[in-house]
Design a protein around this ligand. Sequence first.
Ligand code: PMP
Length: 286
Amino acid sequence: MMRTVYVNGNYVPENEASVSIFDRAFLFADGVYEVTSVLDGKLIDFHGHIARLERSLKELGINYPVDKDALLEIHRELIRKNDLVEGMIYLQVSRGAAADRDFMFPSADVKPTIVLFTQSKSLVKSPAAERGLKVASFPDQRWRRCDIKTVQLLYSSLVKNEAAKKGADDAWLVLDGKVTEGSSNNAYIVDENNTIITRELSNDILHGITRKAILQCAAELDLKVEERAFSIAEAQKAKEAFITSASSFVYPVIEIDGAKIGDGVPGPIAKRLREIYIEANRAAAI
Ligand code: PMP
């Protein structure tokens, strides 16, 4: 189906949408993005994603005034125009297109570029959730402001491809001997006391919107949470491991660098967290 997408104030067929070749997202990866999931035609954690968008823009000094109501209406209009029932809405804001390629930021009259499009995907029924993921580790060679959700995703894309070459589904990144996060998700392990361990918030990881929700779900299940870094060796000995992101919710991890986690099948805590996350967020979707 030909999608309708949103570009700088206009709803247009995807094959007619365009941005300038001088757009700074294209030339310098000078842009930020958000991905919000849609269940039953409604948005999951919309306000969390918009709050993070505002923060990313502020950290980079991109002067895009976020109008939450207007953005909500654009998201909803795209859902309607594309009959989206389940999937994601991708939003990208760049610093805009200056007259020339120039490392220096353009003058204040250059308007940011905003693009949104939908992607249909079965999120609740998911083979990856049922099967669990195999992950392979790689050194974390990204820039050190991973808390900003920039479109500078080349390293994440590279390691995901390298992981696939090794027969794995995803990559976990390692900095100074400790796991930071997955290529496009936050990483967790569960120890023998059913304590959930995930790296603390810092500039080294993206502050996942799903991470926050999952830690609340864990509290509701009376599970202890330790926010600290862990190594691949500790993860390989864990009872369970899993990842979270807006488009995966919770996926169990069943193998890390060839070592089986627990019995090598999705663990009960990851499964339960996934169920209650879906239930709670389906009910709260707007
Ligand atoms: N870390 C990285 C590097 C990511 O790309 C993502 C996905 N956007 C996440 C974590 C998870 O964040 P969220 O739960 O907000 O999707």
